[in-house]
Design a protein around this ligand. Structure first.
Ligand SMILES: [Cu+2]
Length: 182
């Protein structure tokens, strides 16, 4: 029900939503392999964008940035308290933030910054806090609503992705070769 409720405000406020830093997709199945692009719709009060940092919420695994011409990439790695196995190899550290530096991206243009990742297994909303740095000033897209997923009235909301439940039979049918389906 919540999924239906949140579509209305998004459609009505589409212009405003697109003006922020938002994901190009609104939802994805929990636990799935996913790639999404963070869309940067404007600069900082007219100033050109020179860096974008996307912070990955807890539970996101194996995040990989897509290279972009004219932008360098930096990844922040953190040691995991609980290592896990991926493709038969233990994973002991995780990418927790990705920064692109370059441009400058003028305020009159928009651009997209893409990341591939495995999503957390639990359904529900997840929020990506994005720091946008400009030639002059910055926008910290990091505010999360106290409850629910409506970002109406929030000046600098974090980017939202709704993780949809995966039904038990569908989950059972998924074998490892399906993992890389996008
Ligand atoms: Cu905006």
């Amino acid at each position: 029900m919540w999924a239906i409720l949140c579509i209305g405000p998004l459609l009505i406020g589409a212009t405003q939503v697109e003006a922020h830093v938002v994901l190009d997709k609104k939802s994805a199945p929990a636990g799935s392999y996913f790639w999404g692009a963070f869309r940067v719709g404007h600069g900082c009060e007219g100033s050109a964008t020179v860096a974008i940092t996307v912070n990955l919420p807890e539970g996101v695994r194996g995040a990989k940035p897509m290279p972009k011409a004219g932008w360098t990439i930096e990844r922040k790695l953190e040691k995991l308290a609980k290592p896990y196995d991926s493709h038969g190899k233990p994973v002991t550290e995780e990418v927790t933030a990705i920064t692109w530096r370059g441009g400058p991206l003028p305020d009159d243009f928009f651009d997209e910054f893409a990341i591939q990742m495995q999503l957390p297994a639990a359904p529900g909303p997840i929020w990506f806090k994005v720091l946008q740095r400009c030639e002059k000033g910055e926008n910290n897209w990091a505010t999360i609503p106290e409850s629910g997923t409506s970002t109406r009235g929030i000046k600098t909301p974090a980017a939202l992705l709704e993780l949809t439940p995966v039904s038990a039979p569908a989950a059972q049918q998924k074998s490892p070769p399906d993992e890389h389906k996008h």
